[in-house]
Design a protein around this ligand. Structure first.
Ligand code: KG4
Ligand code: ZN
Length: 351
């Protein structure tokens, strides 16, 4: 089954063609990071405008790279939410237009289910039921994936998502956007112990998350170490730390904060992920979403998994971040069950 996937939920415009959810014929991703970087986060209005400019080219490229004509696809899979509404509408609108002109059915896909189903593209041995964690900029959720249609939430964040915490901490430390890779890099270069920071909701078998207290703890610690001045005219922020990056002492402390913050996030994720897997008697734990690109996270899950006899399954790096191949993978499973959407469906910022 050949599927065209379309993903425009946030700041990546992506189109992909997959075959039988096992072969990626193309997976084109155009990132808007350079545009949003200067604002320290995604600006929804700019994101939608950029999607509408890029989407036709991105879809064209996906067909050219796959080496197939449009008439060869069996179905179109498109992200209907959750995400930024203006961005989602671009993908949904294009998917409907193509559906009408090509006379092909559409599967409206939940973005989080897309992340969960990315692993099927690389792991033919993955079977239902499985436990999967989506750890991204917008979500931190553990799912019990019983079947294609029966996907139950086991736990989720009560406030910030893990990726959001990386981004906010990087912002408050004045390190740039997006924060994940920057913090990972600094934490990796820390030669001393990380600064000890709190872990929330760690009562045994509690599968919910909370990262906003950790972010505040980083702010308090940084104020203590570096001193702080309040600046009111930074968009989206009112704090700027007054420190000198050239000072080796400052740099050492920054690395220790990043290491301590990353340690705290990873410990919570690893502990709760395996609590969920053990609860379901699973022998695999799928860990996906942008934060799953973090190498320290992969290492930590691998070590704990080995001790517990549970194998962590990570998508390769391009399939961790937002991409349309994962949407096509999810759509393949829906299409196989004959689950299509009539063209009256809408986009939804929350699902
Ligand atoms: O899945 P994704 O591409 O978009 C959403 O659906 O949110 O995830 C983006 C998030 C961002 O918050 C980014 O900071 C985080 O993933 N991220 C990382 C790393 N690479 C990306 N977080 C920690 N370590 C990384 N190496
Ligand atoms: Zn995502």
């Amino acid at each position: 089954m050949i599927i065209l996937g379309i993903e425009t939920s946030c700041d990546e415009t992506s189109a992909a063609i997959t075959s039988d959810a096992s072969q990626i014929l193309s997976n084109i991703v155009v990132s808007q990071i350079d545009i949003h970087k200067e604002y320290g986060g995604v600006v929804p209005e700019l994101a939608s405008r950029k999607h509408i400019e890029s989407i036709a080219w991105v879809i064209d490229r996906a067909f050219v790279e796959a080496g197939i004509g449009r008439e060869k696809i069996d179905c179109i899979g498109v992200t209907k939410g959750p995400g930024l509404i203006g961005s989602l509408l671009v993908g949904v609108g294009v998917a409907k237009a193509m559906s009408m002109s090509l006379n092909k059915p559409v599967c409206a896909v939940n973005h989080l289910h897309g992340h969960l189903f990315a692993s099927f593209l690389e792991r033919g041995d993955l079977e239902f039921p499985f436990v999967g964690m989506v750890v991204s900029g917008g979500h931190t959720t553990i799912f019990n994936v019983k079947s294609v249609t029966d996907i139950e939430i086991m736990g989720k964040t009560r406030d910030d998502a893990a990726g959001e915490a990386f981004d906010k901490v990087a912002k408050l430390l004045g390190l740039g956007y997006p924060g994940g890779a920057i913090i990972e890099d600094l934490a990796g270069k820390c030669e001393l112990d990380g600064i000890k920071l709190p872990r929330a909701l760690m009562e045994k078998y509690n599968l919910d998350f909370s990262f906003s207290g950790l972010k505040t703890a980083v702010l308090k610690k940084s104020e203590e170490i570096f001193g702080i001045r309040r600046i009111d005219n930074i968009p989206g922020s009112f704090h700027a730390l007054a420190y000198d990056r050239e000072d080796p002492d400052v740099d050492r402390n920054l690395r220790r904060i990043c290491r301590g913050f990353q340690e705290a996030v990873l410990e919570v994720l690893v502990t709760k992920g395996y609590w969920a897997a053990r609860k379901m008697g699973a022998d695999k734990l799928v860990v996906c979403g942008g934060v799953a690109a973090n190498r320290a996270l992969r290492e930590r899950f691998a070590i704990r998994g080995k001790a517990l006899g549970i194998e962590p399954v990570f998508p390769s790096l391009p399939l961790c971040a937002d991409n349309a191949a994962m949407i096509a993978s999810r759509a393949t499973f829906l299409a196989r069950e004959g689950i299509f959407d009539d063209l009256g469906f809408g986009a939804a910022s929350r699902l």
